[in-house]
Design a protein around this ligand. Structure first.
Ligand code: 5RP
Length: 267
């Protein structure tokens, strides 16, 4: 592996081999997602606790201070919207030249395995990997399911992750599921977990993140369950404890409640 590519991956994956990426890219197809109307304000208190931001070039330029020292994973696929015909019909939206200009640590692209646009999205991934490897920029593949959230089972996600790795992704982002070890065991590159739509209890989030880490994920790329929560700082710190300090679910929940109570007193 080339020095530049190694260096970029080392900025993303911490010395303990783990990572907490904070995605704020949702607007690229959802518009002004709840609590992400002003992304710069949403992330201000969270920045110290994440290892990288996953973001589009538009929000990066408009809302992130260039003096920010957190590595950037640039979302470079899109071209569809929640009200359009098919979310899977994405193309590459941002050139490698732009990624280099923005000094990013990696680029990210969605693939839609099993959709009508499976072939296009997988060939887009391959092309991006070719260009990324030329410039020492790793590609994170996102195994997207569009609106069909029920697709998220081990058999399907294992298939998606393996294909993304075979095509050259250096990191794969997928969803947690039951029997998650089937996903990580079949994927020869590191796997990170997304959160999906906001779930009812923070305990549920701690449980699946903890389970996924035990079963081989190296971390998360988790957004809405952090920044849509009423106590986002407590959430990110508790998740950080699971990922980087091997905290149990109980310890993470206790940490969450302690920070939440202090925050509630201040507010
Ligand atoms: C949206 C994405 C997000 O980065 C990904 O889904 C993680 O965010 P969340 O935890 O909110 O699901 O790819 O397009």
């Amino acid at each position: 592996m080339d020095w530049g590519l190694k260096n970029r991956l080392a900025r993303l994956v911490q010395p303990d081999g783990r990572c907490l990426f904070l995605p704020i890219d949702h607007g690229y197809f959802q518009g002004p997602t709840r609590k992400l109307e002003k992304p710069g304000e949403t992330i201000k208190p969270l920045l110290p606790y994440c290892d990288a931001l996953f973001v589009t070039r538009g929000v990066l330029r408009s809302s992130i201070d260039p003096a920010n020292i957190k590595p950037i994973i640039l979302r470079v696929s899109g071209g569809t919207s929640v009200i359009g015909k098919d979310l899977a019909n994405e193309g590459i939206t941002t050139s490698m030249k732009e990624a280099i200009r923005l000094n990013v640590a990696a680029v990210g692209i969605s693939v839609f395995v099993g959709s009508d646009y499976e072939r296009e999205s997988l060939l887009n991934l391959s092309r991006l990997v070719d260009e990324g490897e030329d410039h020492g920029i790793p590609v994170m593949a996102v195994t997207a399911v569009g609106k069909e959230l029920e697709k998220r089972d081990a058999r399907y996600l294992a298939l998606c992750c393996r294909i993304a790795a075979e095509l050259g992704a250096r990191v794969v982002k997928t969803y947690w599921c039951e029997d998650f070890e089937k996903v990580t065991n079949g994927c020869p590159v590191p796997v990170v977990m997304a959160g999906g739509p906001r779930v009812d209890s923070e305990l549920g989030v701690f449980e699946f993140v903890h389970d996924g880490i035990q079963k081989g994920a190296i971390g998360v790329n988790l957004g809405r369950n952090i920044w849509q929560h009423d106590y986002p700082v407590a959430m990110i710190k508790a998740l950080r404890a699971i990922i980087h300090e091997n905290a149990t679910v109980k310890e993470a929940n206790e940490l969450f409640n302690t920070i939440k109570n202090v925050t509630a007193q201040v507010v």
